[in-house]
Design a protein around this ligand. Structure first.
Ligand code: ADP
Ligand code: ASP
Ligand code: MG
Length: 431
C-alpha cells in the first residue's frame, strides 16, 4: 500500500461537476489500495474574485483580514470535495490548514511553513478515511492567526504534507498535461517534458512558469520529495520533477526505468510582473551602489537584475538600473526619493512596460554558444534586448512587454523545442 498526496488546483475544481469528477478520481486511487491525502485549491478564479472584492472595499486591505478572507476559498472547496467523496460511499474528512498542522511564521500573505504536525491526518488515515486539506493556508503559534502561503501556495501545502507524512509521491493535478517547454497558452507548439530536474524547475518557476509555485519546488528539493505534475482531465502520464541522486520507485515506474541524456535546454518562461527602476546620474565613486541598495533592501523589495552603465568620463556620472516586482515599485521609489540628496543622484525613472524572458537548461553548463543563439534569434525577429543576466543554467533578457510573447515563440523555435502536435489546455482561464 502506498501513501499518495494529491493536489488539485483551482481549475480542476472550478464547479460542482468538476468537484464530482475529481472526487471520482480520488476514490479510484483509494480503491486501488492507497492511502490518500488531498490538498485542494479554491474553486476556479475565486481567490482573485475575493481579492477584487477586498480592493473594492479598501485600496489597502489589512493583511490579517485579507488572509481571513482568502482562506475562505479553500474552505469551500475542501468541504464540497469531502461531501462528494462521502456520497460515493467512501469516508472523507476535510481539515483547515490549522487543523492539518500547517504551522507557519507570522508573515501574512507570504507565510513560510516552519513545522507540520499532521496528527489528525494520520488518525483519519488510520481509520480508513481520505483526508482533504485546505491548500494555501496555515497558522502561526505566536499570533494565533490564520496565514496564507502566497499565491499558488496550495502546491506548497501538498509538498509539505508529502514530506511530513513520508508519502511515496506528491501528484500535482492541473489543467495541462504536465510541464511543457513553454506555457502552452502562449506557445501552442510547446512539448511536454517527461522529466525535469528540481533545479531546472526552480529556475523556470522563478522566471514565471506558474505551473508550479517556486516555494513548493524549493521545499520539494530540500526535503527530497518527487513530484508528478499531470492533468486532472485525463489519466496521461505527466512530468516527473526529480531530485538528482534521490531514488523514487514511483518515478522509476512512471518513467519505465528509462534514463535518457539530459537535453541542453529544458524550456523558456516569461514574466510580465516586473518593472525597471533607473537611478540616473549617480556619482561614479566607491560606495554609491552600496548606499542605493541598502535603501532598497530596507523596503524588503526583491531586486532581480542589476545593470550599471559605464560612466561618461566627462561627467563622472553613471546610471544604475534594476528590476523588481511591480507591486514593490512605489515603495522603492519613495524610499530612494527620500534619500536623493544624501546619495546625490540626479533623478529616477520607472518603467513598468518590460517583460523578462528566461531560457533554462542544465546542459548550458557544458555547452557554449547558447547565449549567442538566443540573441541572434531575437535580433532576427527585430526584438530589442534591454538587459541581460545569467546564472549557471539560465539566461534572462528584458524586452518590451508587448514583444514578450513573440520573443518566447521565436526562441522556442530557435532552440528546436517545437513539438509535432499542438499542446492541449483542458481548463482554466489563465488568470
Ligand atoms: P492550478 O489552478 O492547477 O494551480 P495554475 O494556473 O497555477 O493551475 O498552473 C497551470 C498553468 O500554468 C497552465 O494552465 C499554463 O498556462 C501555465 N504554465 C506556465 N508555464 C508552463 C509550463 N512551462 N508548462 C505547463 N504549464 C505552464
Ligand atoms: N487559491 C490560491 C491562489 O489562487 C492558492 C492556490 O490556488 O494554489 O493563489
Ligand atoms: Mg497553481
Amino acid at each position: 500500500m502506498s501513501l499518495i498526496v494529491q493536489k488539485f488546483g483551482g481549475s480542476s475544481v472550478a464547479d460542482a461537476e468538476s468537484i464530482k469528477r475529481v472526487a471520482k478520481r480520488i476514490v479510484d486511487t483509494k480503491k486501488a489500495g492507497n492511502d490518500i491525502v488531498v490538498a485542494v485549491s479554491a474553486m476556479g478564479d475565486s481567490t482573485d474574485e475575493l481579492l477584487d472584492l477586498a480592493h473594492q472595499v479598501t485600496p489597502i486591505p489589512a493583511p490579517r483580514e485579507l488572509d481571513m478572507l482568502l482562506t475562505a476559498g479553500e474552505r469551500i472547496s475542501m468541504a464540497l470535495l469531502a461531501m462528494a467523496i462521502k456520497s460515493m460511499g467512501y469516508d472523507a474528512r476535510s481539515f483547515t490548514g490549522s487543523q492539518a498542522g500547517m504551522i507557519t511564521d507570522a508573515q501574512h500573505g507570504a507565510a513560510r511553513i516552519v513545522d507540520v504536525t499532521p496528527g489528525r491526518l494520520r488518525d483519519a488515515l488510520d481509520e480508513g478515511a481520505i483526508a482533504i486539506v485546505a491548500g494555501f493556508q496555515g497558522f502561526n503559534r505566536d499570533t494565533k492567526d490564520i496565514t496564507t502561503l502566497g499565491r499558488g501556495g496550495s502546491d506548497t501545502t501538498a509538498v509539505a504534507l508529502a514530506a511530513a507524512l513520508g508519502a511515496d509521491i506528491c501528484e500535482i493535478y492541473t489543467d495541462v498535461d504536465g510541464i511543457f517547454t513553454a506555457d502552452p497558452r502562449v506557445v501552442p507548439q510547446a512539448r511536454k517534458l517527461d522529466r525535469v530536474s528540481s533545479e531546472e524547475m526552480l529556475e523556470l518557476a522563478a522566471a514565471g512558469a506558474k505551473v508550479l509555485y517556486i516555494r513548493a519546488v524549493e521545499y520539494a528539493r530540500r526535503h527530497g520529495v518527487t513530484l508528478h505534475v499531470r492533468s486532472s482531465f485525463n489519466s496521461n502520464t505527466g512530468t516527473i520533477v526529480y531530485n538528482p541522486g534521490a531514488t523514487s520507485p514511483y518515478a522509476t515506474a512512471v518513467l519505465n526505468g528509462e534514463t535518457v541524456e539530459e537535453p541542453i535546454i529544458a524550456g523558456v518562461a516569461a514574466d510580465l510582473s516586473e518593472a525597471k527602476v533607473t537611478v540616473v546620474g549617480v556619482p561614479d565613486i566607491p560606495g554609491k551602489a552600496a548606499q542605493i541598495f541598502k535603501i532598497v533592501a530596507k523596503t524588503n523589495a526583491n531586486v532581480d537584475m542589476i545593470v550599471q552603465n559605464v560612466s561618461a568620463a566627462s561627467t563622472g556620472l553613471t546610471d544604475i538600473s534594476f528590476t523588481l516586482p511591480k507591486s514593490e515599485g512605489q515603495q522603492v521609489l519613495t524610499a530612494l526619493t527620500n534619500e536623493q540628496a544624501n546619495v546625490g543622484f540626479a533623478g529616477l525613472q520607472y518603467d513598468d512596460q518590460i517583460g523578462k524572458l528566461a531560457l533554462v537548461g542544465a546542459g548550458m553548463r557544458t555547452n557554449t554558444g547558447v547565449s549567442a543563439k538566443l540573441f541572434e534569434s531575437l535580433f532576427e525577429a527585430g526584438i530589442n534586448i534591454e538587459m541581460i543576466s545569467t546564472s549557471e543554467i539560465r539566461i534572462s533578457v528584458v524586452t518590451r512587454a508587448d514583444t514578450i510573447n513573440q520573443a518566447l515563440r521565436v526562441v522556442h523555435t530557435a532552440f528546436g523545442l517545437d513539438g509535432d502536435d499542438l499542446a492541449v489546455v483542458h481548463g482554466g482561464t489563465g488568470r
